[in-house]
Design a protein around this ligand. Structure first.
Ligand code: ADP
Ligand code: ZN
Ligand code: ZN
Length: 748
């Protein structure tokens, strides 16, 4: 008989650093059927065998350690910290689903990164009457004790004052304060204070009467929820159709049911405006997580969650791991965004992880977008998701009129500037009417590479198979960080005409200033948003109409509402079509649709002008018509024909190694016979091995294999088989690394 789950790996103390230290225990027979990953158990620990609580992270029937040396698990603890246990279960699921080590998976899901010191707020006040304090002040004055004088004057004016204010601004020594406390003259009270990243004055009830279309969605969803139905829902609504208002109403419904909510919003759209809107509706029960928070702020948000102060967590994909006790809903806004897929191991997609979490917590999944991902829309069409639609903009707002400007024609007619004539005329018109303009530069897929205009030489990183990017006075490799000063002459032909390809936001700004010297211009890109607050500052300034024109990259098209913007110019609309992966048309359509949607969000008529060299391309045409359905039909037909997701699933396996020949041999060996393991009808298609499109990074060569199947389970099994095969030859495989990416959204 095969013995099962005889050994358990456990973590004793779950702070982030100690995750690496796992201990192996024997599982006694009577526990073997009941033990599971994520459970809290008690174990004897250390020399004295003190009884400690531990969490099971892994179970197995073998171990590398001599069983005679192992201690036994004592028992299973009931009902301890279910949220934490859930996180460990989740890590286990992610490890198996995406292929990574348990430690990496745990580090991804355990939210507590580092224990931070609690901030204690101390308040000092008088323990004696004001008259007595006045006498003490005079006494101090006569003795020339100026610190005490400042102290008593300040305290005489009323209630308590913070300790740090007294010792800081008023320069009273801490010792003075504590000695007065000992004498019973002062009182010091301590409160625990959480660093709160949200600094809004007050909650104002801001509730709108929903339109019938909105109301219907909210009611239908909550009715299904109460009936126990948990089919994920997709809300497809054009920009400005009132999706956010629907989200907030459903969230409120969840709070009324005593359930908590996780709201995912792409980091880039998580702006002051968005957060304020939620804050106004829900007040202090919301919290946010984003990469701009300090470690202390992040830590405190999780403490607030633990203490039940937070009911709604808003954040990018990592907010999924908020350990709510009674999760009711995971809401993913702008669900098509690529940032929902992790670019590190485990390469999980937030939507899939959310679906898993919902299945273990009984929560619902609600997705929304103006341009749903092909994947979600495909699922909605196949009845795997509920589909809700909002077809009209709220109120008087209309979709903007869209014009396509053909840059080839402009060029042929002698216009060499960055702006087509229709765009420059429209800009002049808006400036005259004191309306606002947004200029959006589509930069996806281009790097400012440095090339020689005489011989065509492109400067490459010596360690990676990629071109170097142009940055002021240096050239940088974005893959390994290699940096080198800019060259003055071409290393191949000695020509002085070697420089970066220029089409950045800065160049646009210069061109705008030249054409319209009086226009006030703001620029938003990686360079102008280095600091934590820069991003919000620029948006606030533009909202306050301190500028006429906002120039920016992707950053400016997400989630902002600028009522005075009546013109959106899209420069280089087709650049993203050159990206080398199969999602290029989808990304292009999404970006253009979102950008166009920025114009005319209030009563004023809006207009968008798309500049392109490929005016006939269907992604550009459909975006101009704001025709999602039409785009979907054309694109899904292509995917079907080519055999790409979501019609079939893809597993990309990237193998790297220092020696190219050995790597090729290893890759060949690894995939030998993989397809044949499966019965014929199940058999996946195996493409490769072949060199990756970037053949080398950081001096490591790269080979890829694509495994294709309509059935995701077939691919997960392929991953397991490959992992096992490598595990068996551990030593020989040491120099190679293996990475799995399911339904990849970028090329390798
Ligand atoms: P989306 O999220 O689809 O872009 P929003 O929810 O932001 O749409 O709504 C667009 C605008 O319409 C916002 O200014 C919002 O305050 C307003 N709005 C939404 N629903 C209503 C409503 N039922 N009544 C009045 N105004 C609304
Ligand atoms: Zn040259
Ligand atoms: Zn490099």
């Amino acid at each position: 008989m095969k013995e099962k789950d005889c050994f358990a790996r456990v973590i004793i103390d779950i702070s982030h650093e100690s995750v690496d230290r796992m201990f192996t225990y024997k599982v006694p027979e009577h526990l073997r059927d009941v033990i599971s990953v994520g459970q809290c158990v008690s174990v004897p620990f250390g020399r004295g065998n003190t009884r400690r609580q531990a969490y099971v992270t892994q179970l197995g029937d073998t171990t590398d350690i001599d069983p005679a040396k192992l201690k036994e698990i004592e028992g299973i603890e009931e009902g301890e910290m279910p949220a934490l246990a859930r996180s460990i279960g989740l890590a286990w699921w992610m490890k198996n689903r995406y292929g990574s080590t348990m430690i990496t998976a745990l580090k991804t899901v355990l939210p507590v990164k580092k224990k931070m010191k609690d901030v204690i707020y101390r308040e000092v006040s008088l323990a004696v009457s004001e008259q007595e304090a006045e006498l003490l002040r005079r006494e101090a004055f006569l003795k020339g004790q100026s610190g005490k004088v400042r102290l008593f004057s300040a305290l005489s004016q009323g209630a308590g004052i913070s300790f740090s204010y007294l010792t800081g601004q008023l320069a009273v020594s801490a010792q003075t304060i504590t000695s007065l406390e000992k004498k019973g003259i002062l009182k010091i009270e301590s409160y625990q204070s959480f660093r709160n990243p949200i600094r809004f004055r007050e909650k104002e009830p801001e509730k709108k009467q929903l339109t019938p279309a909105q109301q219907e969605i909210v009611e239908d969803y909550l009715k299904r929820f109460d009936a126990g139905e948990r089919t994920p829902a997709l809300l497809h609504g054009i920009t400005g159709s009132g999706k956010t208002e629907v989200y907030m109403e459903i969230i409120e419904g969840m709070l009324r049911r005593g359930r908590q909510v996780i709201v995912l919003i792409p980091e880039i759209a998580l702006t002051y405006q968005t957060v304020r809107r939620f804050y106004r509706r829900f007040g202090d029960v919301i919290s946010i997580l984003n990469s701009r928070l300090s470690a202390g702020e992040k830590y405190d948000q999780l403490r607030r969650v633990e203490q039940g102060q937070v009911q709604i967590m808003i954040g990018p994909r990592s907010a999924l791991f908020t350990p709510f006790e009674n999760l009711g809903l995971i809401l993913i806004d702008e669900e098509h965004e690529t940032s929902y897929k992790s670019d590190q191991m485990p390469r999980y997609h937030a939507k899939e992880v959310a679906q898993y979490l919902c299945s273990v917590t009984g929560a619902g999944l609600f997705l929304g977008s103006a341009t749903p991902s092909l994947d979600s829309y495909y699922k909605a069409k196949n009845k795997e998701y509920l589909l809700y639609t909002l077809k009209e903009r709220i109120g008087e707002a209309h979709l903007p009129g869209v014009q396509i400007a053909d840059l080839r024609k402009e060029l042929a007619e002698g216009n060499f500037s960055m702006f087509s004539r229709p765009l420059s005329e429209a800009m002049a018109d808006r400036l005259a009417r004191k309306e606002q303009i947004m200029l959006f530069l589509n930069r996806r897929g281009i790097a400012g590479f440095v090339s020689c205009k005489s011989c065509g030489e492109v400067l490459k990183c010596p360690h990676c198979d990629v071109s170097l990017s142009d940055h002021k006075d240096r050239m940088i490799c974005h893959y390994c960080g290699y940096e080198t000063p800019k060259v003055k002459r071409c290393p191949a032909c000695d020509s002085p005409y070697i420089y970066g390809f220029k089409a950045g936001t800065q160049q646009i700004e210069e061109a705008v200033q030249k054409m319209f010297p009086a226009a006030r211009v703001l620029r938003m890109d990686a360079d102008t948003t280095r600091k934590k607050e820069d991003y919000d500052k620029i948006l606030a300034a533009f909202t306050a109409q301190e500028a006429d024109i906002l120039i920016g990259t992707q950053m400016i098209v997400k989630g902002h509402d600028f009522p005075m913007v009546t013109l959106v110019g899209i420069l280089a609309a087709d650049l993203s079509l050159f990206a080398s992966d199969f999602t290029a048309p989808e990304r292009t359509f999404q970006l253009l649709t979102q950008a166009v949607g920025r114009a005319g969000r209030a009563e004023r008529e809006g207009e968008a002008i798309i500049q392109t060299y490929q005016p006939e391309h269907f992604a550009i045409q459909r975006a101009a018509q704001q025709d999602y359905e039409g785009f979907y039909e054309e694109e899904i037909a292509d995917r079907e024909m080519m055999g790409f997701p979501p019609v079939v699933h893809l597993l990309c396996v990237l193998m790297t190694g220092e020696d190219e020949e050995k790597l090729i041999a290893f890759a060949g060996w690894l995939f030998q016979g993989l397809a044949e393991v499966y019965e014929k009808p199940q058999r996946p298609q195996v493409l490769g091995p072949a060199p990756a499109s970037i053949g080398k990074i950081k001096d490591r060569y790269r080979q890829v294999v694509y495994v294709k199947s309509p059935d995701m389970q077939v691919l997960i099994r392929a991953k397991d088989l490959l992992e096992m095969k490598v595990e068996k030859v551990k030593k020989a495989a040491e120099g190679f690394s293996l990475l799995f990416d399911f339904d990849p959204i970028s090329g390798y």
